[in-house]
Design a protein around this ligand. Structure first.
Ligand code: ASP
Length: 692
């Protein structure tokens, strides 16, 4: 480092004219006019023009200036001067001035970059990720990261003010119950055992409450081994919090203030409190989702009862079979073209519906619809009344089983919101969803699963339903939803040992599983637990929404690609054999299997199954062939391990056949062999199922 930086590139203004300025940064652009060289110098604050005039510099420095290319890192010192009127660049905040360089240091040279910095947003994402450090030089990426900081700063300020203590919890931990796949870390010291990376600090934060911390928060890394989507990463950041001696109202009040503070600091938006609230039931019935986008209204209306007695057999039949008829009034939707209505009908089918009936009301209140002939005038008037339809509106119907009807119509509602431009990016519609069901029934696993997590406290008056109607139980759980996206969720927790144990049993855990997975927690609950509750929200997702990005990868400095890889570091990657040995790990990955050239084909399986008198379906043959090939490859892989340096654990005696001389040997007849078989058929005997 030669000179001390006096200014940032983006900060130079006419008021600095006449001062000597020392700037440091990257070269964005270079124009050599012969004798005079213009450089655009960039740092995190912006760009400033630097002029290298042979008359002002030593010959050596001018020669160096000639060698400069894009992305070189340099230091220049020079006089700030006004640009002549005709050369002012009105697009740049620094465009009225430039620096006349009198000294130059080149800190580092740069190869020609694979894409021009500042234009990376239009190139292939893989390339951006491989050269993420170049991508980060774009102002958009920098401002996204700055938005993260604005949000975390607002969070810290607010929560520290509320008396929360920021506590870090371990990353090497035990599996937590969020329900996603864990990332496992093998333990070297305890061979064969694994840590799990936390899916959230849930249990730790509850134990902090047992530990008397009273109020906690953490900006925590969480890990879930799930397939990636635009708004999902293998590792992500949660703003996690927990409070002692609170009920739902207390937590929601804290959340309201927190989000108000964040929105004010981040985007200058004044959030009106209290935030809108809606029960889970209302959200599902009126908007089809538990995360309704309330930037626009258009709730669904249930017309099932009136359709039960109508003459329109299509609707009536659905109702008779236990389904529902729901409708949406698209305000002003009468202006939709036929093509738009056909598009919506196709969408209804894509969402799993059988079609979409509609009624449109023109500006003279004349109804257009194929449905007119099926309804009396009074019935039609009732439909309009219940849907609050007026001239210019379009009513669309969905008649399906209950759950589908809500989801289909809810999805159409969002489609229509987009078509009518009602889902504006700079509109912020927060809503708090309450009274979630305590359980969901998992028909595959044939058991109840916790809708939030197993530590969530049921609504007090519903506790008695535990044994009789668990599906009717409501939880003291709440979600914060913004523009149809779930920002985060939380709940009041169970703080009673017995109730917690009952909850685990209800979720199908055996006593042994409860002991091995949560025993430590129940033990802690024996030593005085305050009532407590908390919340966590996804930082990446909120920042993504605040900057209007389409993927959380845009707001994370070093994200993973869709396949979970990091092209820049080439992670995940193979590790040295020594590392594996230290961990007592042996790889049976498909890569090693592929090395085997000879694989069993189906005819071998057919032959063996015939010999064993076991009939296999074609599907089973495929599976057996694959399994057998895997087993053989595994055996090969084991055989290929160099064990010459290892002390054997056991010695096996010489392996040669020894025939006893003293016995008469003769071959056995099938009858002899089969004489003890429980049941026989043509020289074959039936194999008990377990042996099969
Ligand atoms: N740990 C929960 C989650 O990650 C949030 C909470 O209940 O505080 O969803």
């Amino acid at each position: 480092m030669k000179l001390k930086r006096t200014h940032f590139c983006g900060s130079i203004r006419p008021e600095h004219v006449g001062q000597t300025s020392v700037l440091k940064g990257w070269v964005q652009r270079r124009r050599d006019l012969g004798g005079v060289i213009f450089l655009d110098l960039r740092d995190k604050t912006g760009i400033c023009q630097v002029v290298f005039d042979a008359a002002n510099l030593s010959e050596a420095d001018f020669q160096k200036a000639e060698s400069i290319r894009n992305e070189f890192v340099i230091e220049v010192s020079g006089l700030v001067e006004n640009r002549s009127e005709d050369t002012i660049n009105w697009l740049l905040p620094t465009g009225a001035v430039d620096i006349r360089a009198n000294k130059l240091t080149i800190y580092s040279q740069a190869k020609n970059p694979p894409f021009k910095v500042g234009e990376s947003l239009n190139i292939k994402e893989e390339l951006r990720m491989e050269y993420r450090y170049l991508d980060l030089r774009t102002p958009e990426m920098l401002s996204n990261l700055m938005m993260r900081q604005t949000v975390t700063k607002a969070v810290r300020e607010q929560l520290v003010d509320l008396g929360c203590l920021e506590v870090e919890t371990p990353l090497l931990t035990k599996s937590t119950p969020e329900g996603a796949r864990d990332f496992l870390v093998p333990s070297r010291m305890s061979k064969g055992s694994f840590y799990a990376l936390p899916q959230s600090p849930q249990i730790y934060k509850q134990l902090l409450m047992v530990g008397g911390i009273d109020r906690y928060f953490q900006i925590a890394k969480c890990f879930r081994d799930e397939d990636l989507r635009a708004d999902r990463q293998l590792e992500f950041t949660q703003v996690d919090m927990e409070f002692s001696f609170v009920d739902e109202e207390d937590v929601i009040e804290i959340l309201e203030k927190l989000f108000q503070n964040i929105m004010r600091d981040a985007v200058g938006y004044e959030l009106k409190l209290p935030l809108k609230r809606m029960t889970y039931h209302e959200a599902m019935e009126c908007y089809g989702f538990d995360k309704p986008d309330l930037r626009f209204g258009m709730p669904m209306v249930d017309l099932t009862e009136m359709m039960r007695v109508s003459d329109f057999s299509v609707f009536r039949k659905v109702v008779d079979q236990g389904g529902v008829v729901k409708a949406l009034n698209v305000k002003g939707g009468q202006s939709f073209t036929r093509t738009q209505i056909e598009y919506l009908t196709q969408k209804a089918v894509d969402f799993g519906g059988s079609g979409m009936a509609w009624i449109s009301i023109d500006e003279h209140n004349v109804i257009q619809s194929i449905l007119t002939k099926y309804f009396t005038e009074a019935q039609m008037a009732e439909i309009l009344r219940q849907t609050d339809a007026k001239a210019g509106d379009l009513i669309i119907f969905c008649a399906e089983p209950h759950k589908q009807a809500s989801v289909i119509l809810g999805s159409l509602r969002l489609e229509i919101g987009d078509m009518l431009g009602l889902r504006k990016k700079d509109d912020y519609a927060f809503v708090i969803i309450t009274e979630f069901p305590q359980f969901e029934y998992d028909s595959e696993a044939k058991r109840y699963v916790a809708m939030h997590h197993p530590f969530t406290h049921p609504v007090d008056e519903d506790i008695e339903l535990f044994d009789t109607a668990p599906e009717k139980m409501r939880a003291k759980a709440y979600d914060v939803v913004l523009n149809g996206i779930e920002l985060g969720s939380g709940s009041i927790r169970i703080h009673d040992h017995k109730l917690q144990a009952k909850m685990f049993q209800m979720l199908g855990f055996t006593d042994e599983q409860i002991e091995s997975r949560f025993g430590f927690m129940l033990k802690a609950f024996d030593y005085g637990v305050p009532p407590h509750g908390g919340f966590a929200f996804g930082l990446d997702r909120l920042v993504m929404m605040l900057v209007g990005a389409s993927s959380i990868r845009e707001v994370i400095a070093f994200p993973k690609m869709r396949d979970g890889s990091c092209a820049m570091m080439d992670a995940p990657s193979k590790v040295d054999q020594v590392q594996l040995e230290e961990l007592s790990l042996f790889l049976t990955s498909a890569m090693e299997f592929e090395k085997r050239k000879e694989t069993l084909d189906l005819s071998v399986i057919e032959y063996v199954s015939e010999l064993a008198k076991i009939e296999l379906s074609p599907f089973e043959k495929e599976i057996y062939a694959k399994d057998l090939n895997d087993v053989i490859a595994f055996a090969d892989a084991i055989a290929n391990i160099d064990v010459s340096t290892y002390e054997p654990l056991n010695y096996v005696g010489g392996g040669e056949n020894v025939l006893r001389e003293d016995e008469v040997k003769h071959s056995l007849s099938p009858q002899n062999v089969l004489q003890n078989a429980p049941s026989q058929y043509e020289n074959c005997f039936f194999v008990p199922k377990t042996v099969e």
